[in-house]
Design a protein around this ligand. Structure first.
Ligand SMILES: NC(=O)c1ccc[n+]([C@@H]2O[C@H](COP(=O)([O-])OP(=O)(O)OC[C@H]3O[C@@H](n4cnc5c(N)ncnc54)[C@H](O)[C@@H]3O)[C@@H](O)[C@H]2O)c1
Length: 350
C-alpha cells in the first residue's frame, strides 16, 4: 500500500476537521472519496459549519479536486479504491456504516460516541470481532497531549496512588451550525452527557480503570429540546478514591470551550487549566512539563496519524485503545444515564 486511501462520510464539523488533519498532517493518508447527504457540502462549501473547539476557518471551501463525491455513504463503502472508511455522521447513524464498512473489508475509523445505545454497541462488537480489519473510535482525549502526559506518567507510577480527581468539560451551546440541529434532540445525540461528557468518562476509565459504579445527576432539556444538558457524576472505586466529572453545553454561544482537570496523587497534584498544565510535587517542586504538541497539536492529529500509519504498515493499533476499552467506557456512560433516570447509584457489570 502506497498511501492509505480514505473515504470520508459526513462533512460537518468533524468531517471537515478530519479532512484537514489528513491533508495537512498525515503524509500516509489520501482522502480519495467523500460522501454527504447535503449537496452544498458535497461542493466543498462548509461555510455553515460550526464547532466548539479548534480554530479552522470554515469560510475557506474544501477542495475536492480529484476526489470522488457521493451522496450516500453506503455507495461510497462499495468503492474498491478505498482502503479505509472514516465515519463523521451524526451518532445514531454510526452503527450501520461501521458494520457495512467492516463487512466490505475496509479499515474503519468512526467518530465518538461509538453509537447511540447498548444494542447498537453489541452489534458493532460482533462486527469488529468478526473482522480482521482495524477499527478506531475517535476517543481523542486519550491522545490529547496534556491528558496523554498525565495518563502515561501516572500509569508508570511516577505520581503514586491517586486519591481524588475531578474533570470538567464546559462548552457553549451547540444548537447552531449543525445538520438539522440534531444535537438538540436527546434521542439522536444523547445530550451533553453522551456527546461531550463521554470524553471524561472514557478518560477516567482509561487512566484509573473501570469504575465499579456511578452516581450521576443531570438536567434534562435546559438549553436543548431534550437530553441531559448538564451532568455531574461520581465514579466509585474500591479504594475509596474520590473521582468526579462535570460536563455541560449550557453556556451561551459567546462562552469559551474549556476542558480542565485536577488529579491529586500521593506524590503530586496535576492541574490542567484552560491556559496551563502544571505538576505540583509534594516536595515543593513545580513542573511545567514539555508536551508533545509541537508537530501534532491535538489528540485528533496524534490519533489519526497513528491509526493511518498502522493501516499502512499492517500493524494492529494498540497505543490509545482496544475495542474492549471503548466498549467498557460506553457501558459506563450508559450507566450514568440510568443513574440520572433512576436517581440512584448504578453498579456496572463488564
Ligand atoms: N471527537 C470529537 O471531539 C467530536 C467533536 C464533535 C463531534 N463529534 C462527533 O462527530 C459526529 C459528527 O458531529 P458533527 O459535529 O460533525 O455534526 P455536523 O452536524 O456538523 O455534521 C454532520 C454531517 O453529516 C452529514 N450527514 C447527516 N446524515 C448523513 C448520512 N446519513 N449520510 C451522510 N452524511 C450525513 C450532514 O449533512 C453533515 O454534513 C457525531 O457523532 C459527534 O458526536 C466528535
Amino acid at each position: 500500500m502506497d498511501k492509505v486511501r480514505i473515504g470520508l462520510v459526513g462533512l460537518g464539523f468533524m468531517g471537515s476537521t478530519h479532512f484537514r488533519v489528513y491533508r495537512d498532517f498525515v503524509p500516509n493518508a489520501q482522502v480519495v472519496a467523500v460522501a454527504d447527504v447535503d449537496p452544498v457540502k458535497r461542493k466543498g462549501d462548509i461555510s455553515s459549519v460550526k464547532g466548539n473547539i479548534g480554530n479552522d476557518d470554515n469560510s475557506i471551501p474544501l477542495d475536492f479536486t480529484g476526489i470522488k463525491v457521493y451522496s450516500n455513504g453506503f455507495d461510497m463503502i462499495k468503492d474498491a479504491d478505498i482502503d479505509m472508511v472514516d465515519i463523521c455522521v451524526p451518532t445514531p447513524y454510526h452503527k450501520d456504516l461501521i458494520v457495512a464498512a467492516l463487512a466490505a473489508g475496509k479499515y474503519v475509523q468512526s467518530e465518538k460516541p461509538l453509537c447511540r445505545n447498548l444494542e447498537q454497541a453489541e452489534e458493532i462488537k460482533k462486527a469488529v470481532e468478526g473482522s480482521d480489519k482495524f477499527f478506531n473510535v475517535d476517543m481523542c482525549v486519550r491522545a490529547w497531549p496534556a491528558y496523554r502526559h498525565a495518563l502515561v506518567n501516572y500509569q508508570a507510577g511516577k505520581y503514586g496512588k491517586m486519591r481524588a480527581a475531578n474533570f470538567h468539560r464546559l462548552s457553549p451551546c451547540v444548537d447552531d451550525g449543525h445538520w438539522q440541529d440534531w444535537f438538540s434532540y436527546g434521542e439522536l445525540a444523547g445530550g451533553a452527557l453522551l456527546d461531550m461528557h463521554l470524553h471524561d468518562t472514557d478518560f477516567i476509565a482509561t487512566m484509573f480503570g473501570n469504575p465499579k459504579a456511578v452516581t450521576a445527576n443531570g438536567i434534562d432539556g435546559f438549553v436543548s429540546k431534550s437530553g441531559i444538558d448538564h451532568v455531574i457524576t461520581i465514579y466509585h472505586y474500591d479504594d475509596g478514591a474520590l473521582v468526579s466529572a462535570e460536563g455541560t453545553w449550557g453556556a451561551p454561544a459567546t462562552a469559551p470551550f474549556e476542558m480542565t482537570f485536577q488529579i491529586y496523587c500521593e506524590k503530586a497534584t496535576l492541574r490542567l487549566t484552560p491556559t496551563d498544565y502544571t505538576i505540583y510535587w509534594t516536595d515543593g517542586t513545580v513542573e511545567k512539563p514539555e508536551l508533545d504538541d509541537k508537530e501534532l497539536p491535538t489528540g485528533w492529529h496524534h490519533q489519526f496519524k497513528y491509526f493511518v500509519d498502522c493501516v499502512k504498515n499492517g500493524v494492529k493499533p494498540d497505543k490509545y485503545q482496544t475495542f474492549q476499552s471503548v466498549y467498557d467506557a460506553f457501558k459506563v456512560i450508559m450507566a450514568e444515564q440510568e443513574s440520572i433516570d433512576k436517581k440512584k447509584t448504578i453498579e456496572i457489570k463488564y
